[in-house]
Ligand binder design. Structure first.
Ligand code: MG
Length: 340
């Protein structure tokens, strides 16, 4: 197989501020795998707070060239032979292999997995951190029936109150690891008064014991809002480590390193009666469409990446209100957008 890649720059529709920091652009890498006249493609989002960079992803892809072999059906061996390192780059290769697999056999990836795309839950739409009135107007004017509110940089109750006042949408909160144990215990009982569907990653990365205690303290107060781990959970083994600590986990291909480990992570979550949200980074329609092929296995969907960028180089999943529509083309069903 022949591997090549292209760095891409995605321009965001609005400054994307979360508890980790703010950005107006993202610098991702697209990997292409060629075999017998067909090309499979995957995306590696260079997420700085995952320790990823465009240069690191490209260096990883370069190191993978001699290890790919010439049989794209040997996904398990190919992926197991890859060196440790960039999970985003591994995700790009895993996604490209699945795209290629589907194109060779002439079937969409969701059919290779035996999944019914009509089971895909509707997606949320993300409101990055800004002044409460600005966030409320974005939530209202989006028209989305499910809103994900980024929190964890101050004014959290004012933000949630303003958005609740502006929309009857289902509201999900994401603190992106931005609260301490004390802040979480103080804020959550106040925030749930605004009718909250779930809360993602309230505590700093790795504080599993804090989640156990937080959930117990909330339950004592009769507060049953589901708590999800996102930044805490990358792989299937991390899902297992959160049994009893959270109600659900957020799976993303850039964390698992692709679709195969994402499937394993979802299976582990199911075996432990945990709920599953599938999410994305700021990435183009290529990476987000790959995640959408697994969405029928999940309870919650947060796949709005293409809606947050202005210059998506690809056409893939489409949005009909909050519903995701996948094409029935072979592989991922993603194509290059014609140059403007
Ligand atoms: Mg999150």
């Amino acid at each position: 197989m022949n591997l090549y890649w292209e760095p891409i720059t995605l321009n965001l529709t609005t400054t994307f501020r979360i508890a980790h920091g703010a950005s107006d652009q993202r610098h991702n890498v697209i990997a292409h795998l060629e075999h017998a006249g067909l090309t499979g493609s995957g995306e590696a989002p260079a997420v700085v707070y995952h320790g990823e960079s465009q240069e690191g992803i490209i260096a990883y892809l370069e190191s993978a060239i001699p290890l790919l072999g010439d049989d794209p059906f040997q996904l398990e061996d190919i992926l197991n032979n890859l060196p440790a390192g960039s999970h985003a780059a591994r995700a790009a290769l895993d996604i490209a292999l699945h795209d290629l697999w589907g194109k060779i056999v002439g079937q969409p990836v969701y059919r290779l997995f035996g999944l019914n795309p009509e089971r895909t839950p509707p997606t949320s739409f993300t409101i990055p951190i800004d002044e409460p009135a600005v966030m409320a107007e974005r939530a209202r004017s989006s028209g989305f029936p499910i809103i994900k509110i980024k929190l964890g940089a101050g004014q959290d109750e004012a933000i949630v109150a303003a958005i609740r006042n502006a929309t009857g949408a289902r509201l999900r909160l994401d603190a992106n690891a931005g609260w301490s144990r004390i802040e979480a215990l103080d804020l959550i009982p106040r925030l749930v008064q605004y009718d909250i569907e779930l809360i993602e990653q309230p505590l700093p990365v790795g504080d599993i014991q804090g989640l156990v205690e937080l959930r117990a303290r909330l339950r004592q107060q009769g507060i049953g809002v589901p708590i999800f781990a996102d930044e805490n959970v990358k792989f299937a083994r991390d899902v297992a480590a959160h049994q009893g600590a959270v109600d659900g986990v957020v799976i993303k291909l850039a964390k698992t390193g692709g679709l195969r480990e994402a499937m394993r992570a979802i299976a582990v979550a199911r075996s432990l009666d945990m709920q599953v949200m599938i999410g994305c980074m700021v990435e183009s329609s290529l990476g987000v469409t790959a995640a959408a092929h697994l969405a029928p296995l999940c309870d919650y969907v947060d796949l709005d990446g293409p809606l947050l960028i202005r210059n998506d180089p690809f056409l893939g999943l489409r949005y009909q209100d909050a519903h995701l529509l996948l094409s029935d083309q072979p592989g991922l069903g993603v194509s290059r957008r014609a140059a403007a």
